[in-house]
Design a protein. Structure first.
Lengths: 206, 94
C-alpha cells in the first residue's frame, strides 16, 4: 500500500502560463519515455523478480516515479492555468483543449495517447533491468530536449533539472541491481537463462 | 499594516519550513535507494537514520503549526484538517 505526502518532491511555482510549452512537456507525463510508463514499468516488474533487494529497489524507484508523475502534472497544470481562449487558439493548444479542456491526460507531445506498450514487464529480471536502464537514459535525453526549450524560464527549468538528475541516479541504481542479479547467477549462465522461471525458482538464491 | 507584515512573515516561515522538509526528505529518499543496493553500508545507514529522524520531527512541527503533510499528523477536532490542507500542485501564489 501507499501513503501520500501533501507536498511535491521538488517545488513547482510557475508564474506565467505557456500552453505551447505544456504541449511539449506533457510527453514526460504520458509519452513513450514519460512518468506514467516509468512508474507502471517498475511497479509491475517487481512481482516476478526473484531477488528481494531488486524487488525492493523497483518498489522504491517506482514510488519515486509516482512523485515525479505528480510533479510533471503540476508543471502542465500551472502552464495551462488561466489561459484565455485567444491564447489557447494561438498556441496550438486548441486540439488538446477540444478533448480535455484543461484536464491533465496522459499523451505524448505529438498527441499519441499513453499505451501500456510503451513499457515491458517481461518476467525475466535480466531483460527487465536492461530495459529499466535504457528507460532512464531515454527519459534523461527527453529532459535534455525539454531544457533546450525552456532556457529562459527558470520556473520551469529548475524542476526539470531536478527530474533529469534523478534519471541519472536511477540508472546507476538499476546498474547495481543488474550486478547484484548477475552475482547470484551461475557464472556459466551469466546472461543465458531466466533465474525466476527456467529453473523453477531454483536458479534464484533468495 | 502590522497584521500584513505578520502574515507575510508567517507565510515566509511556512514556505521556508516546507522547503527544509523537502531538502531533508530528498536526502532520505536518495539514501534509501542507495541502501537498497548497498544494504551493509553503515555510514549510509547513519546518515539515513539522522535525516529520517529530523524529517519526522519537522513534519510533526509543521503539521502542528500549518497543515498535516501526512495522515499520521492529521488528528482533528473541529475541522477535518487533512481535507483543508492546500493542494500541492497549486504552487505558491504570492
Amino acid at each position: 500500500m501507499w501513503n501520500y505526502e501533501k507536498r511535491l518532491q521538488f517545488p513547482v511555482n510557475i508564474k506565467k502560463p505557456d500552453a505551447k510549452l505544456a504541449q511539449a512537456i506533457i510527453s514526460q507525463y504520458g509519452g513513450p519515455d514519460g512518468k506514467m510508463g516509468a512508474s507502471m514499468r517498475y511497479l509491475s516488474q517487481r512481482y516476478a523478480t526473484p531477488y528481494k533487494e531488486v524487488a525492493g529497489l523497483l518498489t522504491d524507484i517506482g514510488t519515486e516515479e509516482l512523485a515525479h508523475l505528480e510533479m510533471v502534472a503540476a508543471i502542465i497544470y500551472q502552464l495551462t492555468r488561466n489561459l484565455s481562449m485567444d491564447e489557447i487558439e494561438k498556441s496550438g493548444f486548441d486540439k488538446y483543449y477540444i478533448d480535455h479542456t484543461l484536464g491533465i491526460w496522459p499523451q505524448a507531445a505529438g498527441g499519441v495517447p499513453f499505451n501500456a506498450n510503451q513499457f515491458q514487464s517481461k518476467g525475466d529480471i535480466i531483460t527487465d533491468l536492461t530495459e529499466d536502464m535504457a528507460a532512464e537514459q531515454k527519459a534523461r535525453t527527453t529532459y535534455d530536449n525539454i531544457l533546450r526549450l525552456v532556457q529562459d524560464c527558470p520556473d520551469v527549468s529548475e524542476p526539470i533539472k531536478f527530474l533529469r538528475a534523478r534519471e541519472i541516479v536511477h540508472f546507476q541504481r538499476f546498474g547495481e541491481a543488474l550486478r547484484i542479479t548477475q552475482d547470484k547467477l551461475d557464472a556459466k549462465n551469466f546472461y543465458a537463462f531466466n533465474p525466476g522461471f527456467d529453473t523453477n525458482g531454483k536458479g534464484a538464491q533468495k | 499594516m502590522n497584521n500584513q507584515i505578520m502574515n507575510n512573515q508567517g507565510l515566509q516561515n511556512k514556505q521556508q519550513m516546507l522547503k527544509d522538509i523537502g531538502i531533508v526528505s530528498f536526502a532520505v529518499v536518495d539514501l534509501a535507494l542507495y541502501l537498497d543496493t548497498h544494504p551493509t553500508d553503515r555510514a549510509a545507514m547513519e546518515y539515513f537514520n539522522h535525516y529520517n529522524r529530523i524529517k519526522t520531527q519537522m513534519e510533526r512541527e509543521f503539521s502542528r503549526n500549518y497543515f498535516p503533510l501526512t495522515m499520521n499528523h492529521a488528528e482533528s477536532n473541529r475541522e477535518w484538517r487533512w481535507g483543508a490542507a492546500p493542494l500541492p500542485w497549486e504552487g505558491v501564489c504570492d
